[in-house]
Structures are given as C-alpha cells and as structure tokens.
Design a protein around this ligand. Structure first.
Ligand code: SF4
Ligand code: SF4
Ligand code: SF4
Length: 272
C-alpha cells in the first residue's frame, strides 16, 4: 500500500480544496471541479505506479479537455492569462483567479510545474507533435515570455480604461482567439525548432508565474549519486533540457521540469 501513498495524498489535497471552496463559496461547482481534477491526477499517478506508459497523456487529456471544452467553451470561463487579469481587476475571487492561485501560483510550491506536464490544454496538443525530445540546442529566447505576459495585462487594462461594454463576451472571444494563436504559434515553433515544447520554453506567459514558484517546489525529481553512472540518458530524453543529475535547486533549467518522469522511466540504474 505504501507505494500508493502519492495518489492518495493528491486525492486528499484536491478533496480538501474542493470541500473548502464548496463550503466557503457556497457553490457546488467547486466540489465537482476540484474532485474531478483530483480524481484525474490521482488516476494518472496510480497508472504511472502500475507502469502504464500512457499514464501522463491520459491525465493531460482528461484535465486539458475538461478545461478547454467544458469550462472554456461551454461555461464561457476565460482560463487564459487575460481571464486571470480580468477577474483580478473586477475583484472577483472566482474561476480564473482560483484556477491560477491553485494551479499556477501557490500550487507550484508543492507540485512544481505539474500543471505543465499533466493538465495544460496547450501542451496537450503540442505533445502529439513529433519532437518529443528537442532535436536542437536550447535558444536564449526566454525573454519573449515577458512580452506576451505584458501584452495580456495591457490588453485587459486597456479594456477597463476604455470602459468597454460587454466584457464577458470580449473575454470569451479573447479565449477563443488567444487559444488559436497559442496553438498556431506552438505548432509553428515546434516544427521550426524541432522541439514540441518550444512554445513552453520561450513564449508562454504563464511561466512568469510558474518558474519562480516551482523553484521552491516540494515535489522534485532527485538523483541518487551512489547509483548514477553519468550515462547522460536522463538529459537526452528530457523534453525540457533539465540537468536532473544535479540535486541543487539551481540546476540547469531546474524551473523547467514538468515532472513528466521520462528521465525516471529511462534511467538504467534506477537512480532517479
Ligand atoms: S509552459 Fe505554458 S503552454 Fe507550456 S505546458 Fe506550461 S502552461 Fe502550458
Ligand atoms: S540516466 Fe540515471 S544513471 Fe544515467 S546519468 Fe541519468 S541519473 Fe545517472
Ligand atoms: S524528463 Fe525528468 S527532468 Fe525532464 S522534465 Fe521530465 S521529469 Fe523533469
């Protein structure tokens, strides 16, 4: 039973969030929402422990499609970064603000960039592309994320300053158009740089939150130096170019780890 501690812990964490928000906000939706996500994540970890090779992809599809199709398209919730700014400006602690607080701002203190490995609906599509492991060296283009981050903030601030009408409708269309642009940019970059996760590395504005918070992450992949034979396989299979043999928090590309566990699965010595 001990090896199943992690899926049980994740289920308890998400159920605690679900019940707390349900009772404090008096809204049954939160109970359904976070229970569904918690069950999906726990199922994925359970399948991973059972060595099912598509475990991560199943969680990614369960959570990513739920957020994109149900919350985004059916419920008209803008869960992109402009939605976060919108709800923050209106002073409403709901939908995108709660989503960001849990998944992208405070959650990463516990589970790092697990969001990027198991739930993001942008990466859900990009991970179907052929370059699962980058075929070219990493480029120094990470500064672009600050431009996209600022652009989203300026866009929402401008709407408020202009007293734009029917903001909910604008946010819905911003969600549709924003997602289409993300997918287009992500697919073009993946083929141009021969790297499925190029969008995540250089463009994604959410990494402005995710990277600093995941630096302190409780859950991390660590290397047992006694077992490691320095074969380099872990780095060769890593989609995010992380040097996982270095246990320091300052390891190369450390805040890029998406906990996909490809390194763990491929280490010939079980050192990770
Ligand atoms: S970096 Fe951005 S696009 Fe990539 S998985 Fe994370 S949130 Fe999604
Ligand atoms: S794959 Fe395992 S043994 Fe090889 S370098 Fe990485 S941690 Fe060490
Ligand atoms: S391969 Fe290992 S180090 Fe690289 S992102 Fe996945 S879990 Fe993190």
């Amino acid at each position: 039973m001990k090896k199943y501690a992690m899926p049980i812990i994740m289920l308890v964490v998400f159920e605690t969030i679900a019940i707390t928000l349900w009772l404090t906000k008096d809204n049954l939706f939160y109970l359904f929402n976070f229970s569904y996500i918690g069950l999906s994540v726990s199922l994925g970890i359970f399948l991973f422990i059972r060595k099912y090779r598509h475990a991560r992809r199943i969680v990614q599809l369960l959570v990513g499609l739920y957020m994109l199709v149900y919350l985004g398209l059916i419920c008209n919730e803008n869960m992109q970064i402009e939605g976060f700014w919108y709800y923050l400006f209106t002073g409403v602690f709901e939908a995108a603000t709660i989503h960001y607080a849990v998944a992208k701002i405070f959650g990463p203190l516990i589970f790092g960039r697990g969001w990027c490995g198991y739930a993001c609906w942008t990466a859900m599509v990009l991970d179907f592309l052929p370059y699962k492991v980058p075929k070219q060296p990493r480029r120094k283009l990470g500064w672009i994320r600050y431009i996209t981050f600022s652009a989203a903030l300026v866009f929402v601030a401008a709407l408020f300053l202009a007293h734009a009408g029917n903001m909910e409708r604008i946010m819905f269309w911003a969600f549709i158009i924003g997602n289409l642009l993300y997918y287009a940019a992500g697919i073009i970059l993946a083929f141009a740089f021969r790297d499925n996760r190029a969008f995540c590395k250089y463009i994604c504005p959410i990494t402005v939150f995710l990277k600093p918070m995941s630096y302190f992450s409780l859950i991390r992949v660590k290397c047992d130096k006694e077992k490691c034979i320095s074969c380099g396989k872990c780095k060769r299979v890593c989609p995010m170019n992380v040097d996982v043999t270095d246990n320091s928090r300052k390891r190369q590309n450390g805040t890029e780890c998406i906990l996909c566990m490809e390194c763990v699965k491929n280490c010939p010595k079980g050192a990770l």
